[in-house]
Design a protein around this ligand. Structure first.
Ligand SMILES: [Zn+2]
Length: 186
């Protein structure tokens, strides 16, 4: 079973040098990662937290944090890419519909951020969803008017905050042939 190593950064936000209380902790990260691994066991992929580091605060106005691509760029600019997957855990972000952000298929580097959702199941689901993007999965678009698509509503890769954890056999096959899994297989 490929074991993919993570370096986890807990990154507190600040605004005008006033640091905000951080919701994430190393224990919360460990608990959420257990949820992540329960979800990804279906694809025989497991994630290992090599390190969990409390990062220096990121001073950023609340009003611009909801641009997920920009936030990911700022977070990743603080640490050079290396041989680990970088995960940035951040406080809840107002008006950000997505659970986090990722570089699709790990390009230019395998990095994601995940926002805090107040409970382990939701945190873990959001984290697992972002890792899905790093392993080449796109969003599942569900036509909610179509009864035949009901099963897709519980998919891990639906957009936004959802409790869905399912993966289709096509998604599992795609993950197994992804660049990231290939790098750590065998
Ligand atoms: Zn997504």
């Amino acid at each position: 079973m490929p074991a993919i190593p993570l370096r986890v950064y807990i990154t507190p936000f600040a605004e005008k040098s006033v640091r905000e209380d951080e919701k994430w902790s190393s224990d919360a990260a460990t608990e959420s990662l257990n949820v992540v691994n329960a979800i990804w066991a279906k694809a025989n992929v497991t994630f290992v937290m090599n390190e969990c580091i409390v990062d220096k605060p990121l001073d950023m106005a609340k009003s611009v944090r909801n641009n997920d691509q920009r936030l990911l760029d700022v977070l990743t600019s603080r640490h050079a890419p290396d041989n680990l997957v970088h995960i940035y855990l951040v406080n809840p972000i107002e008006n950000l519909v997505a659970g986090g952000g990722s570089y699709d298929n790990g390009d230019p580097e395998p990095a994601s951020f995940v926002q805090w959702y107040y409970n382990t199941a939701a945190n873990g689901r959001a984290w697992a969803h972002e890792l899905g993007h790093l392993m080449s999965l796109d969003h599942v678009e569900v036509d909610y008017a179509d009864e035949k698509q009901a099963a897709l509503r519980s998919n891990l890769m639906t957009k936004g905050l959802s409790t869905g954890r399912d993966l289709t056999s096509a998604q599992i096959a795609r993950v197994k042939s992804s660049k990231l899994v290939g790098r750590f297989a065998g």
